[in-house]
Ligand binder design. Structure first.
Ligand SMILES: *Cc1c(COP(=O)(O)O)cnc(C)c1O
Length: 224
């Protein structure tokens, strides 16, 4: 009998298969799409089976929660890449740079400056993604679309930060494809290669529209 925890191993395999179909359908190479298993709210016993099965990309949305479980798991499973996908406060920049291998939520100058300072100090270079508030929702994190070019230029030119790509979380009630297509165009215009977009309910659409990083939680680990 499969239990709740090992069901995640089958789920990862199932999602990889669906990514492959979606990618091939638009002439993309499936290995160009990275599946980030979002393990927020789940503890080590739930995460371990996926690690033991060889999965290496995981996402968390809170620095403090990640600090409680990932240092030990990273020590035990070499090659883990941990992605911060939730909002970052500048007073947590030190901890974020220490623990994470990619940060998907760079969205304002204060954070960019804090990250630049910590990366210089620690000699660590997590991959950085600028989060764009494509739906221009007042309550949502992310830089406004019209401010994105200037912000990316500030990061690159003044702060000497390598920006890997863009990230978005579409509004819940909108057609996600519109936002994914918009983010793709914005990234192309800015010469950015990577696109962090797509979650449990819409990752195939995201892959069809160029996603390189999809962030899937509940479809792997179950409801939260
Ligand atoms: C939780 C979360 C996800 C995963 O959402 P699911 O719908 O469970 O796949 C993706 N991205 C971000 C930013 C999240 O906070």
């Amino acid at each position: 009998m499969t239990n709740v925890a090992t069901a995640s191993v089958d789920a990862v395999a199932g999602i990889e298969a669906r990514i492959a179909v979606a990618a091939k359908g638009v002439g993309r190479n499936p290995s160009d799409v990275r599946l980030i298993a979002v393990s927020k709210t789940f503890g080590a016993p739930h995460i371990m089976p996926a690690l033991e099965a060889g999965h290496r990309d995981f996402g968390e949305n809170r620095v403090q929660e990640a600090q409680g479980k990932w240092p030990a798991l990273k020590a035990q499973f070499p090659g883990v890449r941990l992605h911060l996908i939730g909002p970052l406060q500048s007073n947590k920049a030190k901890e974020a740079v220490q623990l994470f291998d990619a940060i998907h939520s760079v969205d304002r100058e204060k954070i960019a400056r804090a990250l630049a300072a910590e990366m210089n100090k620690q000699g660590r270079t997590p991959e950085l993604y600028v989060q764009v508030n494509t739906g221009e929702e007042p309550q949502k994190a992310g830089i406004m679309p019209r401010e994105t070019a200037a912000f990316v230029a500030l990061c690159r030119d003044e702060l000497k930060l390598a920006i890997a790509g863009l990230m978005c979380i579409p509004p819940v009630d909108d057609e996600p494809a519109v936002h994914f297509a918009f983010l793709l165009k914005l990234a192309r215009d800015l010469g950015l290669a990577r696109l962090s977009m797509g979650m449990s309910s819409d990752f195939e659409t995201a892959v069809e529209l160029g996603a390189t990083d999809i962030r899937v939680g509940s479809a792997i680990f179950g409801g939260r």
